[in-house]
Ligand binder design. Structure first.
Ligand SMILES: *Cc1c(COP(=O)(O)O)cnc(C)c1O
Ligand code: SF4
Length: 400
């Protein structure tokens, strides 16, 4: 039926359409052979995507040419940390290149089975600053609030491996209440990072409930949803979700794009819908060896993000979580990336490069050194091109 097909493939309505010259830079995912016959209705349904995730070696073999390293790594890691890849994200993988950035983030590699002497079980000391289960209160005015341990896709570089994908540690309704009570009773909290796992693994009803409760607290000014769904399951950002989120503004959405390959038409649309609904979107990239440890790649990613109305916010140094040492780069690499962005491109495309202080120090920003010398009130600076400039502090600030 022509009529029916047309209805099924009609693009979802975006309130404020973006110029076509921009959108055409974002290619739609090529579904490949396995999923080419799936109806548009199923493919664009997040529940279908979720149900049909690639979880076994047999399924994976149908999508890519699995290498021996990946096969062994799968067998060695599946007990500890599930493999789970949405068809959408899996379709972005290069079937023949084991170093494909999408593949490296979603398919186990032998490096995961190595535990480095410097690895930590709780690298960010999140348990230490946990006044009640499910809330990390480290900074004066904001908290991290865990609402689930499920994610659409399990990132191989996940820092919360010890918790994520483990059904026994799922946040129960009771724990949610305890967390909400804690936030309610602490008027100094004005910003809540709703996290997980991925909070969008919760139903709309549950998210509506959580955000509604937070909005009912006088001291809560803003909250953020920390989600990777725009990257791994953009279908999740559907009409119902958008209608629900509109009720709770101001809502910030913090997401996690790591590579320009993830900037597809589908991801673009998911971000457009959130932006149209009034959300501010920020990106928190993780610096990963072999994936994005290259100034050119980060610049391309950040330019694409800006077109998607996503502001690059953080570049995270890979932390000391167990079994991710193969992803770590030296700190100099992060500094080199910032050095290659600042001045060379829009300031909007320059995020903060941070190291999360191991054991609970919080985020520590690192920037290249731009002060070359200080003598009295004379400050010798260098710019992005390494040209020197002298600035004079006003004399009443001069030290004697
Ligand atoms: C990252 C983080 C936050 C939010 O930090 P911002 O710098 O405000 O983005 C809050 N609490 C904890 C424990 C965090 O790790
Ligand atoms: S979405 Fe976030 S919490 Fe979930 S596996 Fe990826 S990095 Fe970990």
């Amino acid at each position: 039926m022509v009529g029916n097909t047309k209805k099924e493939t009609a693009p979802k309505q975006v309130l404020n359409p973006v110029n076509e010259r921009i959108t055409k830079r974002f290619p739609s995912v090529d579904r490949g052979k396995i999923w080419q016959d799936v109806s548009e209705k199923d493919w664009s349904n997040w529940m279908w995507q979720q149900r049909n995730r690639v979880r076994t070696l047999e399924q994976l073999e149908k999508v890519i040419n699995v290498t021996d390293d990946e096969r062994k790594a799968y067998e060695g890691s599946v007990e500890m940390f599930n493999m789970s890849i949405t068809p959408y994200y899996a379709a972005l993988m290069d079937p023949d290149d084991p170093n494909c950035p999408i593949r490296m983030q979603s398919v186990p590699k032998m490096g995961e089975l190595t535990i480095d002497v410097t690895d930590l079980e709780d690298p960010l000391g999140e348990e230490k600053d946990m006044p009640v289960p499910g809330v990390t209160h480290r900074y004066p005015d904001r908290v991290l609030f865990y609402t689930t341990h499920n994610c659409a896709m399990y990132c191989r570089h996940c820092t919360r491996k010890r918790k994520v994908s483990d059904p026994s540690s799922a946040a129960q309704k009771k724990q949610l209440e305890v967390g909400l009570d804690y936030i309610r009773n602490h008027p100094e909290i004005r910003d809540v990072v709703i996290s997980g796992g991925d909070p969008l693994s919760n139903s709309d009803e549950r998210l509506d409930y959580i955000m509604g409760e937070l909005r009912s607290m006088d001291h809560i000014e803003v909250f953020r949803l920390g989600t990777r769904n725009m990257v791994t399951l953009p279908q999740r950002i559907n009409d119902d979700f958008i209608q629900m989120i509109r009720k709770h503004q101001p809502v910030f959405v913090h997401t996690h794009f790591n590579h320009p390959k993830e900037c597809t038409a589908e991801a673009f649309e998911a971000c457009a819908r959130l932006a149209d609904a009034g959300c501010m979107i920020n990106n928190q990239m993780v610096l990963l060896k072999g994936i994005n440890d290259d100034p050119g790649i980060v610049k391309e990613l950040n330019h694409k993000l800006l077109m998607m109305r996503v502001r690059p916010y953080y570049i995270f140094q890979c932390d000391l979580a167990q079994g991710i040492s193969h992803f770590r780069t030296p700190v100099e690499k992060g500094l080199e990336i910032i050095e290659n962005l600042r001045g060379w491109t829009s300031g909007m495309a320059v995020p903060h490069y941070v190291v999360d202080g191991p054991g609970g120090g919080g985020k520590i920003p690192l920037i290249p050194e731009y002060v070359k010398e200080r003598k009295g009130n004379k400050v010798v600076l260098r710019n992005y091109k390494n040209d020197e400039f002298v600035y004079y502090d006003s004399s009443d600030l001069e030290e004697d």
